[in-house]
Design a protein around this ligand. Structure first.
Ligand SMILES: [Zn+2]
Length: 296
């Protein structure tokens, strides 16, 4: 029997994703995202040097407080174990899971092709302003996730949390110190005349541990335990104004093949749901536990 030619295996993520006629991989976006502008920005010498200065400042301060041991552990945990986690509504999750041809798209791409209604005019303008202020024309292609140590996502953005495989996103992503809306507001970037983004607040995937130290250094104490790292890196109680996390910006999308784990935000379980909704959620919780068990 001749070997089936299609689908072919992607050279980048090693998944069998390439169907005849495909221009890029639906899990890792290779080669479309190979020249990710976000990564180019993060590798600029001024950017790398500014991040290093902020990191060294935080390390000095941690040493003064005799917290260097905890800081080293925290940096190691983030560098080796943090992953990109996207929060999404149940319906989005089910669409992705049901069909590998479904791709995770951005708000502006969906609105521009008429596939979803725009948000209220002010919210629509803000979303687009933030994306273009940070990344110019490339902003429309950026999907955002939170950096997480345990697969938990930000509650206020959706009740299903999906973890993306590093191999599918690391090469084309950067990490921003905080939520992009807060970042643009804090630094006054969206005012009458768009200002240049300040250096030192974003990192390549490989340097995300340094950015986490620069941001979270003050939260580390001599008696901080390893278990506390999870909540220091990502704090969420379901309200966007109190969420604190580092935001992963991914250039390009993904499909179900990029997802390696998922879980349901159990704080969102609601006793007043109807039977159908309860069954749907129960299925997600059970399958998530099973896939977790298969991996460990
Ligand atoms: Zn791929």
């Amino acid at each position: 029997m001749p070997e089936e030619l299609w689908p072919k295996t992607c050279d980048c993520c090693r998944r069998k994703t390439l169907a005849l006629g495909d221009a890029f991989c639906s899990a890792c976006w290779d080669p479309w995202a190979k020249l990710s502008p976000l990564v180019q920005f993060a590798r600029e010498p001024q950017e790398v040097e500014a991040l290093l200065r902020r990191y060294e400042g935080a390390v000095d301060e941690l040493q003064r407080r005799s917290c260097q041991h905890v800081a080293e552990q925290f940096e190691e945990s983030v560098s080796a174990g943090s992953q990109a986690v996207i929060s999404m509504p149940v319906a989005f999750f089910q669409d992705l899971k049901a069909d590998k041809r479904t791709l995770y798209a951005t708000y502006s791409l969906l609105v521009d092709i008429g596939a979803r209604k725009p948000a209220r005019p002010q919210d629509d303008a803000n979303r687009r302003l933030v994306d273009t202020t940070l990344w110019g024309q490339s902003g429309q292609y950026v999907r955002t996730a939170a950096l997480s140590l345990d697969g938990s996502g930000v509650s206020s953005y959706g009740e299903v949390w999906v973890t993306l495989d590093d191999i599918c996103v690391a090469y084309r992503s950067i990490v921003l110190e905080e939520n992009s809306f807060d970042f643009v507001e804090r630094h006054g970037l969206g005012s009458e005349r768009i200002k240049t983004r300040p250096y030192g607040y974003l990192a390549t995937w490989i340097d995300r541990g340094k950015l986490a130290i620069a941001k979270c250094g003050l939260d580390l104490k001599a008696d901080t335990k390893e278990n506390d790292f999870i909540g220091i890196l990502l704090f969420t109680e379901g309200q966007r104004n109190t969420d604190r996390f580092l935001e992963v910006h991914i250039y390009g999308g993904f499909n179900w093949d990029a997802i390696i784990a998922y879980k349901f935000d159990e704080k969102k379980l609601n006793a007043s749901w109807g039977d159908k909704k309860k069954q749907e959620i129960e299925m997600i919780v059970v399958e998530a536990a099973r896939s977790q068990a298969d991996r460990s």
